[in-house]
Write a protein that binds this ligand. Structure first.
Ligand code: G3I
Length: 456
């Protein structure tokens, strides 16, 4: 019997940067000190992976097997990234093109390349309504359910011990305001298909983190609320889930949400890791660079955001190449978006966290609202006045019918009506002009929220 695989939690390159402090005692005996010192590695701050590792994160990319013979592509891949996601090669149509006949050749080439270069692998994706082989599309009911369980078991067992995290279920929730599941042949096998998929994956590879992965869930909206409710339910009932992936495909129609960080945080607060799994941002120049930096900073601000994966290397490698959404141009040159990403990882271009203090001391508060039919999320920015704060409280009156569902980075005095939101332990003390944010989700409509801020 083989040993169970060890869950691979720590970035490989971060490990290489740690060393034991050695102390010379008065008697001249060299002893191992009690502290672990972080030694800067030679490449710290100069590549995406090294800079992310210094912050305890990985930095990954989607990889296509047919590009592993492209020297420019491979050169960037192995210089910049320490996590790899096969872009298409582990999908159902690629790995089980006919029932019970498994083909792992292309995926194996990516895994072998990753292992040879000290990179870890995110597996993508075990159960998905899309990219199903024809024989799966023709199944339904218990035959499809059995085929799904067999597929997950065989694929996750084959790669057992080699996968950092699996996207066990991909894109299972509906777009728009319904807040429900996406209709699909898998969904029609019964609402429990997702938890069956997760339990099956856990049994097949107990060492892999198991993720739910989706798009348009990057901010707080009806779809992400539905995923949030599922994750919350899974945690309450002991269904094995370790992480939630936020694909983060952004463009002008779907920009980086204002509440991106808050949304990552509320999922993390459920006790799962969060990962940015398929990042790309259409655009160019400074605007694109700024958006990449925002995404990186949001991840770094959430302690359980364990890493970022971009969905391809060069613009020309992207599934939407015309939008030039990636960090390298078609020739493999670093774009401004690359530099902004690296700087953000290095903490070098963090925007000022201070704004001019409000006149007269105390504090001020400003609210932004993201509403949908039946609910809303409010993000409240608190700014300390000239005297700074030891603590603060923000008063808000929720309209009749509105009730809090969830609050982060503050403690509410009650669920409805006139509510005082008090600072929590880590964000009460602000220097003059310093800002902090808290947020809440509520049912009902937001109406006009007029905050008042009191400093102590
Ligand atoms: O390799 C064949 C090629 O031989 C053939 O000539 C050509 C003709 O259509 O197709 C090629 O395969 C395409 C494959 O990408 C490789 O380029 C498939 O048609 C095409 O459907 C496939 O698209 C992929 C898409 O998922 C659908 O699976 C994209 O590469 C991939 O980037 C995209 O990734 C998805 C994530 O898995 C889930 N989240 C959204 C994300 C973007 O759509």
């Amino acid at each position: 019997m083989s040993n169970p695989p060890v869950r691979q939690d720590r970035p490989a390159r971060a490990r290489t940067g740690r060393r034991l402090a050695l102390v010379l005692t008065a008697t001249g005996v060299l002893v191992a000190g009690a502290t672990i010192a972080l030694a800067p590695s030679a490449s710290a701050g100069t590549t995406l992976a090294a800079s992310a590792a210094e912050r305890g994160r990985y930095f990954g990319t989607a990889v296509a097997a047919n590009k592993l013979s492209d020297a420019t592509y491979v050169g960037i891949l192995n210089r910049e990234f320490d996590m790899v996601t096969p872009e298409n090669e582990m999908k159902w149509d690629a790995t089980e093109p006919s029932q019970n006949t498994f083909t792992f050749g292309n995926a194996d080439r990516i895994v072998a390349s990753a292992q040879a270069n000290g990179q870890r692998v995110r597996g993508h994706a075990l159960a998905w309504h899309s990219q199903q082989p024809g024989w799966v599309q023709n199944l339904s009911g218990s035959a499809l359910r059995s085929a799904m369980v067999n597929h997950i078991t065989r694929v996750a067992s084959y790669y057992r011990g080699k996968i950092y995290a699996w996207d066990v279920v991909n894109e299972a929730f509906a777009d728009g305001g319904s807040g429900g599941r996406r209709d699909s042949n898998l969904q029609r096998t019964g609402n429990d298909w997702i938890e069956v998929a997760f339990r099956t994956a856990r049994a097949a590879d107990p060492g892999a983190k198991l993720c739910y992965n989706d798009y348009n869930t990057d901010g707080q909206n009806a779809k992400s609320n539905a995923v949030y409710a599922m994750v919350s339910d899974f945690k309450a009932r002991g269904v094995p889930i370790d992480c939630v992936g936020f694909q983060s495909h952004f463009n002008a129609q779907s920009p980086v949400p204002a509440d991106y960080q808050a949304n990552l945080q509320r999922f993390a607060d459920l006790g799962v890791d969060v990962q940015i799994t398929e990042l790309d941002i259409e655009g160019s120049g400074t605007a694109q660079a700024d958006n990449y930096a925002r995404v990186v900073r949001a991840c770094l601000a959430v302690s359980r955001c364990t890493g970022i994966t971009v969905w391809g290397i060069r613009d020309s490698d992207s599934w939407r190449a015309s939008g030039t959404p990636l960090l390298f141009d078609a020739a493999g040159n670093k774009k401004p978006a690359y530099t902004a990403t690296l700087n953000a990882l290095n903490g070098g271009s963090t925007p000022p966290t201070t704004t001019p203090p409000p006149a007269g001391g105390g504090c001020s508060a400003a609210v932004t609202v993201n509403a949908w039919n039946g609910g809303f999320v409010a993000t409240v920015r608190v700014t300390a006045g000239a005297g700074g704060t030891d603590g603060w409280a923000v008063g808000l009156t929720l309209p009749a019918g509105a009730a809090l569902v969830n609050t982060w980075n503050a403690t509410p005095s009650g669920p409805s009506g006139a509510v005082q939101f008090r600072n929590v332990a880590y964000n009460g003390r602000l220097t003059a002009g310093q800002t902090t944010e808290f947020g809440f989700q509520a049912n009902g409509s937001a109406g006009t929220l007029t905050p008042s801020c009191t400093a102590s």
